[in-house]
Design a protein around this ligand. Structure first.
Ligand code: ATP
Length: 231
């Protein structure tokens, strides 16, 4: 579904992403782990054509994301608050996102009903603008907006970072469900090794821009990652 070939990105002469080849198949749930500055967000940004690589390409369903727009119809992502529209309320934002995907208010409301637990009573009908929500609640809005789009590919950058433990568990269950029932391809980065190994079938370990391990998650993966990061 996603294929990366000879992808490199540098800043001030320093290579921050260098991936000779990577394939992510349809329905895979992939976790991206690595210390600060490993290149996870930069990789996300190149897959989403938000920044351009020095060399190489990202193919989504065989088409280069730089030259073809089709991937935007089936890819949803939330990397940071920059993806939101600050002066809207969450409801206004959800209806706007819905309208971009030909979903009317009734259909958006139905989908939002399914996210009641995830919102934990903090998002809807609060009369607050997105800019006034806490970082964690902004993250919930961003993730929910992704889910409204019924994407085939979902990309989330550190979604567990600012949300409370209850919501972390609910998000994990949501992601597992989507991967199982909808065969959604998910790519999620996280510093939380417990969560990422719980949710993802495959873990890519990044260090200094390179994928140094590509692991099919098994009962030893958490321990292996903990031992890698504990040195
Ligand atoms: N616009 C930029 N200008 C200069 N350097 C940048 C820029 N964007 C990223 N970098 C550098 O690229 C490297 C990779 O950064 P990136 O944000 O991709 O890492 P990350 O793995 O997502 O880190 P974190 O876990 O801290 O979020 C870092 O050294 C960072 O400083």
């Amino acid at each position: 579904m996603i294929e990366i070939k000879n992808l490199t990105k540098s800043y001030a002469g320093v290579t921050v992403v260098d991936i000779p080849h990577l394939t992510i198949r349809k329905g895979e749930s992939v976790g991206l782990v690595g210390n600060n500055g490993a290149g996870k967000t930069t990789l996300f940004r190149m897959v989403l054509d938000l920044i351009r690589p020095e060399s190489g390409e990202v193919l989504s369903n065989g088409k280069n994301v730089m030259h073809d727009e089709q991937w935007k119809d089936y890819t949803a992502s939330y990397l940071d608050e920059g993806f939101l529209i600050d002066y809207l309320t969450p409801e206004e934002y959800f209806y706007f996102i819905g309208s971009l995907h030909n979903e009317n208010k009734v259909s958006v409301d139905e989908k939002l009903n399914g996210l009641t637990d995830f919102f934990n009573g903090e998002i809807l009908q609060k009369g607050k603008y997105i800019r006034d929500l806490s970082k964690g609640n902004q993250c919930k809005v961003g993730v929910a907006a992704c889910l409204l789009q019924n994407p085939q590919i979902l990309m989330l950058d550190e979604p567990f970072a600012n949300i409370d433990p209850t919501t972390q568990i609910r998000l994990k269950n949501l992601l597992k469900d989507l991967s199982l029932k909808n065969s959604m391809t998910t790519i999620v980065s996280s510093h939380d090794l417990n969560h990422i190994t719980d949710v993802c079938q495959r873990i890519l370990l990044m260090e200094k821009g390179k994928i140094i391990q590509d692991i099919q998650t098994n009962s030893n993966t958490l321990e292996e990652l903990e031992s890698y990061f504990s040195v």
